[in-house]
Design a protein. Sequence first.
Lengths: 666, 247
Amino acid sequence: MRLDSKIPAGPLEEKWTRYKGTVNLVSPANKRKLDVIVVGTGLAGASAAASLAELGYNVKAFCFQDSPRRAHSIAAQGGINAAKNYQNDGDSVYRLFYDTIKGGDYRSREANVYRLAEVSANIIDQCVAQGVPFARDYGGLLDNRSFGGTQVSRTFYAKGQTGQQLLLGAYSALSRQIAKGTVQMFARHEMLDVVVVDGKARGIIARNLVTGEIERHGAHAVLLATGGYGNVFFLSTNAMGSNGSAAWKAHKRGALFANPCFTQIHPTCIPQSGEYQSKLTLMSESLRNDGRIWVPKDRKDAELLREGKLKPIDIPEEKRDYYLERRYPAFGNLVPRDVASRAAKERCDEGYGVNPTGKAVFLDFESAIMRYGQVEANLQGIKNPSKEKIRELGEKIIEAKYGNLFQMYEKITDINPYKSPMMIYPAVHYTMGGIWVDYELMTTIPGLYALGEANFSDHGANRLGASALMQGLADGYFVIPYTIGNYLAGEIKTGKIDTNTPEFESAEKEVRDRIAHFLGNNGKTSVDTFHRELGKIMWDKCGMSRNAQGLQEAIREIQALREEFWKDVKVPGRSDMYNPELDKAGRVADFLELGELMCLDALDRNESCGGHFREEYQTEDGEALRNDAEYAYVAAWEYTGKPSEAILHKEQLVFENVELKARSYK
Amino acid sequence: MNLTLKIWRQAGPDDKGRMVTYQVKNVNPDMSFLEMLDVLNEDLIAKGEDPVAFDHDCREGICGMCSLYINGEAHGPGRGITTCQLHMRSFKDGDTIIIEPWRAKAFPVIKDLVTDRSAFDRIIQAGGYISVNTSGNTIDANAIPIPKENADKAFDAATCIGCGACVATCKNSSAMLFVSAKVSQLALLPQGRVEAKERVLKMVHQMDLEGFGNCTNTGACEVECPKGISLENIARMNREYLAAVIS
Ligand SMILES: Cc1cc2nc3c(=O)[nH]c(=O)nc-3n(C[C@H](O)[C@H](O)[C@H](O)COP(=O)(O)OP(=O)(O)OC[C@H]3O[C@@H](n4cnc5c(N)ncnc54)[C@H](O)[C@@H]3O)c2cc1C
Ligand code: SF4
Ligand code: FES
């Protein structure tokens, strides 16, 4: 198989414009004859479905939640990047491009990333026009904050609910099209397979999750905007239903899977508190604008903290180790996520962890509260304010910025973060890997596209904060509406897709057989038990740091667990009813294969880059050691029947505009 | 802690349904309410019984999917939280907890504690948007400054998660708080003013078609709303509606 990324010729800044100017178009009359399936209604899916319907295509959209408004994008907190340079702090399209390439540790495609930076400003205009209530300053203009890995303020936000507001914007655009009849919405539906006819994607098999009916849907193109697969780790910040099945099904039908081992472990999450725990909660990266991360300098103090014999406020300033500020003075608490996560792990592994499990560090707002309080006192003309007054004023400012996050923290931990520093620890958050796509977002199956977190395209080995929302909306609003025409222009004579064909027949049969197997299995062990077990293997051996021996063990353990799963999984209920255990069983079955491919990919990549840290490859002071000579490629895996026998295809990354350098945030 | 649960079980939309009693043991006070139900379900599955169906996804109070009526309160005891944010430390050892689905004509039960809230989607489809196309070729986002106060109020209204607690709590099953939140968000912004009249008329019309009850100003919805959506929004919608009808 030859991988063609279809990057347009010409200088970087002109590629997208030239592409748009020369690409094939479909006339309005012909668009009406073409059907498009969009699986997923998160930022990527909802924006794509709304835009394609607006252009005139007939769209069918699917999601497994009860409403498109509840897709996992709703949970994004901190913000969305755009190169608007409203703060006049030196931002530009080029700088956003450069930060993203560098942040991704030079493992993404220049042309894709440049396009992303280029359309970013449009996203903000579009969203404001839709009524998205971004934060504003007193002059009525849009406000910005900073995220990790950058030295400018380019992140737009709506308190700690940016994802919610952006998704509701896309949902409203989608709703408008549903009302017009140009989008047919299938909520509480799960796609269980992609149907490929004569080498082209021609539709999907879906299950109505309420009635259990298995349905066939035909279309001229299928878009997967089904999100990331972080839940392979069982515990992650993803929603409970987030899964990798749609991507995995596409992979098994011929779509290559790229960089599966690139997982983002987010540094600021609420630490796990017990075995029963079902998910982890993120504390947005935006908190690192104002929060300072520290552990005690003295191991003894850490021990006393763990035993509850010492409180954080008992530890004086000079006995605190603000280790990010110490190690990375240029970026301080705003180093990229992979760097911050590893640094936290390093401190905890060395015995400086501050909670009873020893797996937590402090995120402290004291300095910010006092600083803001003082400024506010000045603004209000209060002369010689008392410390209490300053604190009171400062807490109000912090509340206005992060109120819902502080509340969320207190609800979960029962600790008031205005009074005592937050305790945080890294957790699985995002998957940079995903289905391989070319410049047009088309997978290796013609007519099958992947958008948003489901594809691999823009973030390399580490995604910068506030860039996933940007990518999802860029893909859906501004990229796919152009690129899909290039393919569909060749489909105007195809006519309606017939679903009464052997290909649909056999795909449907496979789906039915699998369901029948689960329900008739007579096993003894619940789906969650297997999922938890898989998560533990992945976290221990393919998590924040990896080594060859561990990965080899993990592969064997996953294979054994998978075999056990098929023999012993217990799924109650029937197929013709609402049956969430059955839905879960299918997703975990796929995770049990995907997890193995992730380990295989991590084993192949004998270097450390971004979120992929191989213990064998590090510098003397513990930084990631990249190997550009041998590994500056996208690893794209082809399925051949078993995950262990997947074939590796390499897309060499060509850097014409940036110079490959060791990433330094010092 | 050990607890007695009385849970509404209903096999499907046409089943009559009934309360069933379960015992759960060794509940950890730091567990969330839904994690406690996970434990119950693991137990039921092991015993070969049908697990209790309930809606959930994000488990951090933002998707609006979870929806239980606990001891007579939407999202259980505690203010400003959803069921997934409720922790077992809010209960005592030996407590009996009654768990029911949202009950409203417009939200029929699908199974056990799962209801169909698609009526909300249809209300939004009736007009809960601004009719701009998605091309991105609009004016610059900073071309129209919006007073911070209006922007903040619009944001507060926009934080509604569409959970339906307001309807479940209201003795009339009115959806006024939900509808007024969207109407207010858009009415407060200059971009939304253009279609304000038409919007409020269409959304209210759809709300009535869906079978939601009238608002008699009891204010129960505001108390139970996990996002603190204020009654002020209902007042604003009433003004908008009146103005639209008169003109
Ligand atoms: C807690 C949290 C906070 C975050 N904060 C930020 C942030 O501040 N800034 C930022 O840029 N990024 C953030 N991210 C990342 C970002 O939210 C996601 O990467 C992004 O929203 C993914 O969008 P998506 O459209 O690709 O997929 P999703 O929003 O995950 O949507 C997936 C859709 O696919 C559907 N689906 C999946 N499988 C199937 C199937 N088999 N059949 C039918 N439908 C299916 C689902 O129903 C859903 O509609 C955050 C992530 C998390 C977890
Ligand atoms: S108004 Fe409040 S209670 Fe009603 S749907 Fe919205 S968030 Fe839920
Ligand atoms: S599960 Fe999302 S709000 Fe409770």
